[in-house]
Design a protein around this ligand. Structure first.
Ligand code: ADP
Ligand code: MG
Length: 468
């Protein structure tokens, strides 16, 4: 996935406000009707439609009229919301090259004001697996594709919570820095993915270290569940770092032993193939039960502390309910529990519920608006408080020409080159929204304490060019 952070500098405060409104609408709408976006965003009359066009142009939104007319966030739109929030929090100030592409994530280098380089993992649950699951079982027939938003957020939260807890218990994991939406910020691991390593000075020692980690995890009540050469990093001194935690389960999970054995088997297989380590006569056959007990730890003989990390995990905001939701999803992807797929709609919370029939904008209530205001305050620019100092500064490493055009000019320019069909639909919706507003649904004006000064002065996406 291409992440062109240059686009950030063309985005105004209004753009982010509308993007946030779509995000909020997606809490209970797969596709958010424009009318609802207008109501949530509460921009000047008609202003929202212009902004929607800009967001569509930059592919931050997707326009969908298959079931009914509306918009949904794209991954890129979600990325930008998370990035903007983190930048405003001062977590980092520039995004650099992509350093990893996982099955369900993209990893980028980022840097903070001090020049410290870190890693940003953007979770993309649903990029591959939703499609796979859909074709397999049509699991999603009662729900919508938008659950990726909820699941990716859960995956990030889980990863962050586990990384933090593991770090506190002395496991060799990256330093967990921050988390927002589907985005996790962590320290950059020095070294290489183990899969790239062809030779080791001390393969036996490294093997013992790695197996030792699997055992110690189990002693702490946890199983990694994807413990393989892709999720182990190793440096020149053969120090190990473990990454990638969204699929971890507790040792009390009903398939715990199978997951544990699978993690161990992956390591044994890799070491015997890559480094010719022979564990016993049957070392090549990692599925064999005859591997030496001294090499292959037995799940049943490990003293396991269950619930050991529970406190730390819930302190990071990762609850049992969230654990259950994400486990359900990963198991379905795994395919191992295919026949156990059940209709779990009643367990969905309002973050992920989708109701195609119900896209009545009157559903919006005061607490939604309150949430929206707090969301906006997370993404709002700092320049209200600090005149002349834009909170929007994002340095980019790419070959930007350092253009600093007013975003509103951009919007005017592209006005002509738009899809006439969409244009017409938008105009129609705009008329409807204005009518609705005139008809006395005025709550939205007062609901909202967000101050938008409007006009060109509100376009403050000043970007400094970075060259780190
Ligand atoms: P996925 O869950 O999609 O498999 P991973 O967390 O395993 O994603 O990351 C994918 C790749 O990105 C890794 O194999 C590694 O090369 C790189 N990577 C991930 N996290 C870091 C990090 N903190 N520092 C350096 N490289 C990383
Ligand atoms: Mg991985």
């Amino acid at each position: 996935m291409k992440l062109d952070v240059n686009v950030l500098r063309y985005l105004s405060k209004d753009d982010f406000r509308v993007l946030t409104a779509v995000e909020m609408g997606m809490r209970n709408h797969e596709i958010v009707p424009a009318e609802l976006i207008v109501r949530i965003a509460s921009l000047r009359h008609g202003g929202t439609y212009k902004v929607l066009k800009n967001l569509l142009k930059h592919k931050l939104l997707h326009h969908d009229s298959s079931k009914y007319d509306g918009f949904r966030l794209t991954y890129l739109g979600y990325d930008f919301l998370a990035i903007k929030t983190m930048v405003n929090r001062g977590v980092f100030s520039s995004v650099g090259r992509q350093i990893g592409v996982g099955k369900e994530s993209d990893i980028f280098e980022i840097a903070n004001e001090d020049g410290t380089i870190m890693a940003m993992k953007l979770h993309r649950l649903g990029r591959t697996s939703f499609r796979a699951v859909k074709s397999k079982r049509d699991y999603l027939r009662h729900r919508s594709s938008f659950s990726w938003l909820y699941l990716s957020r859960l995956a990030a939260l889980k990863e962050f919570a586990f990384m933090k807890a593991l770090q506190e218990h002395g496991f060799p994991v990256p330093n967990a820095v921050d988390c927002n939406r589907h985005c996790v910020i962590m320290s950059l691991v020095q070294g290489y993915p183990f899969v790239q390593v062809k030779q080791l000075q001390n393969p036996d020692t490294v093997f013992e270290k790695i197996i030792g980690i699997v055992v110690r995890l189990a002693e702490h009540g946890l199983i990694h569940c994807d413990f393989n050469e892709f999720n182990i990093m190793i440096d020149d001194d053969e120090n190990i770092t473990i990454i990638d935690f969204p699929q971890m389960v507790s040792v009390s999970h009903r398939n715990a032993e199978m997951y544990f054995d699978r993690d161990v088997a992956c390591i044994i297989k890799f070491f015997s193939k890559r480094f010719n380590l022979s564990f016993d006569a049957n070392a090549d056959d990692s599925d064999s039960d005859t591997e030496s007990d001294s090499v292959k730890p037995r799940f049943s003989s490990i003293q396991k502390a269950s619930g050991f990390l529970d406190k730390e995990l819930s302190a990071s905001g990762f609850s049992r309910k969230e654990q259950a939701d994400i486990e359900k999803f990963t198991e379905k992807i795994d395919g191992s529990d295919d026949e156990e797929i059940e209709d779990d709609e009643e367990t969905e919370d309002d973050e992920e519920i989708e109701d195609n029939e119900d896209h009545d904008s009157s559903k919006l209530n005061a607490s939604d608006i309150q949430k929206f205001d707090s969301l906006c305050s997370l993404t709002k620019d700092d320049d209200d408080e600090q005149p002349g100092n834009s909170g929007d500064v994002v340095e980019v490493q790419q070959n930007s020409e350092g253009k600093n055009e007013d975003a509103s000019d951009e919007v005017e320019d592209e006005e002509q080159e738009d899809n006439p069909e969409l244009e017409e639909r938008l105009a129609k919706q705009r008329r409807r929204a204005i009518q609705a507003a005139r008809a006395g649904r005025k709550t939205h004006a007062s609901r909202n304490s967000y101050k938008d000064k409007g006009g060109k002065s509100s376009h403050n996406s000043k970007i400094q060019k970075g060259n780190w």
